[in-house]
Ligand binder design. Structure first.
Ligand code: C2E
Ligand code: MG
Ligand code: MG
Length: 514
């Protein structure tokens, strides 16, 4: 192939084209965009792949012409296509920035075709950042300020310097397909760690080169948000891509924002809803330390579970539900014994924000149901949820589970041990924003007083709960009433708080409605 001889003519005649490879949202299965990949359709030689001409064009300082031509192709397609909510990524070579003022060139093409910057992501590789830090940084800011997204391509293929992630902010990290090619436990651990790291940095993740069911499932279950590869489609020309879009559901702009928010949830964290509150015991984690996680969507009418991981299913099996369908059915049925209670928590989570935690007893199993609002769009709300069935510490209190009136009577039951400065929450019925006192009882008391007790009652509460004098003050129990924050809304309600002696070391702390 005589690349250099034929290049100008090929450009002029439109032989060099953008092919499109769909990008698919892992959890929803909807198409959210496409990567534009260059293909040279030579009249004599047929379709020529980039491997045959990219290198030569780079060596001869012509690559920017190709990249701008591909962008122009994408813009033309965008302008005439009815799929205006999709985003397209184009590949840029590090040499582009050396040859010409890429920002000016790109802006010109975009305005010529009237394409919003939000529709275009720029894929760059590490090598782009080898030059002057200040210059590159300024350039990135310029693109970001103008509304373009910057994606780091082929992460994990070259040197993958972590300094690059420290120094630059990328919107998406594209995990190189070489990590998927030999899909063994070691690569899986590396991929999981990359996703975990990206989430901690607030960067979205995309995996390229997805070819099998196994890879798709693994990536989705570990929280990789976007998938690309032959499993979904190879790069296809404009007409084929249009048919593909007609045959597959694609994301709207609102859904794009919504799912990007959902994507921030770290599937791999011991506690995906917050990093500091609780951590599940080891036996609740699977090989990769994944905690039970489900996404629950509520549109004001119906509850659906768009995503439920294995660990979550394992937990709900213990209370008698073994499939997502069974959970959806029960969650939407007013005959469900705890329907009102469940919906109350869902609505409180949506209305009040923050983390909600409730203990429930279903089929004689005590479990904690924790929820957090992660995204809202239109009338839809996505809630991340985790469940933990009773831990061994709580099993001392299994007697409580036979007492269904517990729901009506107690807001909170916690066992405290002042000598050990520890607390074990047995039962919570009030959706307090967190479990208090797990690391230190003393700290928990102060936090509870600040977060949940009316400011005018705070001092009295702290005196009531003074650890240093507690033992000498209690022979059977002490009790007083305080204003405690209302569940799921603003304001306070008068509650009786009692500390009862269990033995010489342990006490039971209970909150009851007056
Ligand atoms: P890339 O940007 O990492 O693009 C992904 C490559 O992986 C594409 O190869 C694509 O066809 C291929 N691929 C996608 N899914 C799968 C899969 O499931 N399995 C396997 N084995 N391969 C898959 P392609 O189109 O041959 O492009 C190769 C490289 O050439 C690109 O890697 C990119 O670095 C470069 N390139 C392509 N188009 C352009 C362009 O317009 N400008 C510049 N500067 N570089 C381009
Ligand atoms: Mg690429
Ligand atoms: Mg790549």
């Amino acid at each position: 192939m005589k690349v250099l001889e034929k290049f100008d003519e090929a450009l002029k005649n439109g032989y060099i084209k953008a092919y499109f490879q769909p990008l698919t949202r892992s959890v929803s299965g909807k198409v959210c965009g496409a990567e534009a990949l260059a293909r040279w359709e030579d009249p004599d030689e047929g379709i020529i792949s980039p491997a045959e001409f990219i290198g030569i064009l780079e060596e001869n300082r012509l690559i920017h012409k190709l990249d701008l031509a591909i962008l122009e192709n994408v813009c033309k397609f965008y302008k005439k296509s009815k799929f205006k909510d999709l985003t397209f990524s184009v590949n840029l070579s590090r040499l582009d920035f050396k040859e010409t003022d890429m920002f000016a060139e790109i802006t010109e093409i975009m305005s010529e075709y009237d394409v919003p910057a939000s529709a275009i992501s720029l894929e760059i590789t590490e090598s782009t950042m080898l030059g002057d830090y200040e210059v590159t940084h300024k350039l990135f800011n310029k693109f970001h300020d103008a509304g373009y997204k910057i994606w780091l391509d082929d992460f994990g293929s070259g040197f993958s310097s972590l300094n690059i992630l420290r120094n630059y902010e990328f919107d998406v990290l594209k995990i190189d397909m070489s990590l998927l090619r030999n899909f063994d436990t070691r690569s899986q651990k590396i991929i999981a760690s990359i996703i975990n790291m990206a989430k901690m940095l607030g960067t979205h993740t995309l995996s390229e080169g997805v070819e099998t069911d196994e890879q798709r499932d693994f990536l989705r279950d570990n929280g990789c948000e976007i998938l690309q590869g032959f499993y979904f489609s190879k790069p296809i020309n404009e007409e084929e891509f249009t048919s593909y879009l007609e045959a597959n559901t694609s994301e709207t702009k609102d859904e794009h924002k919504y799912w990007s928010d959902v994507g921030k949830v770290n599937f791999l964290s011991g506690d995906p809803l917050s990093s500091t509150d609780i951590s599940p015991s080891d036996n609740e984690k699977n090989d990769f330390g994944v905690a039970p996680l489900a996404f629950i969507e509520y549109d004001g009418k119906k509850i659906t579970y768009p995503y439920v991981n294995k660990a979550y299913i394992e937990q709900v099996k213990k209370i008698g539900y073994s499939s997502v369908d069974a959970m959806e059915e029960i969650a939407n049925s007013e005959d469900f014994e705890y329907y009102k209670r469940f919906m109350q928590q869902i609505e409180a989570t949506i209305n009040r924000g923050g983390i909600f935690r409730m203990d429930n007893i279903i089929n004689d199993v005590v479990y904690t149901f924790t929820t957090k609002l992660v995204a809202s769009g239109g009338n839809k709300h996505m809630i991340a949820a985790t469940v933990h069935t009773i831990s061994s510490e709580k099993s001392n209190y299994l007697i409580l589970k036979h007492n269904k009136s517990l729901y009506a009577t107690y807001d909170l039951v916690t066992e405290i041990n002042p000598d050990k400065d520890s607390a074990i929450q047995i039962f919570s019925n009030s959706g307090f924003s967190k479990i208090y006192g797990t690391s230190s009882l003393r700290k928990g008391i102060v936090e509870f007083a600040s977060n949940e007790i009316h400011p005018d009652d705070k001092e009295r509460y702290l005196a009531f709960f003074d650890i240093d004098t507690l033992k000498s003050r209690i022979s059977i129990y002490i009790q007083d009433s305080f204003r405690v924050k209302k569940y799921g809304g603003d304001g306070y309600i008068q509650k009786n708080i009692r500390i009862s002696k269990l033995d010489n070391k342990k006490y039971l702390y209970t909150i009851q409605s007056v």
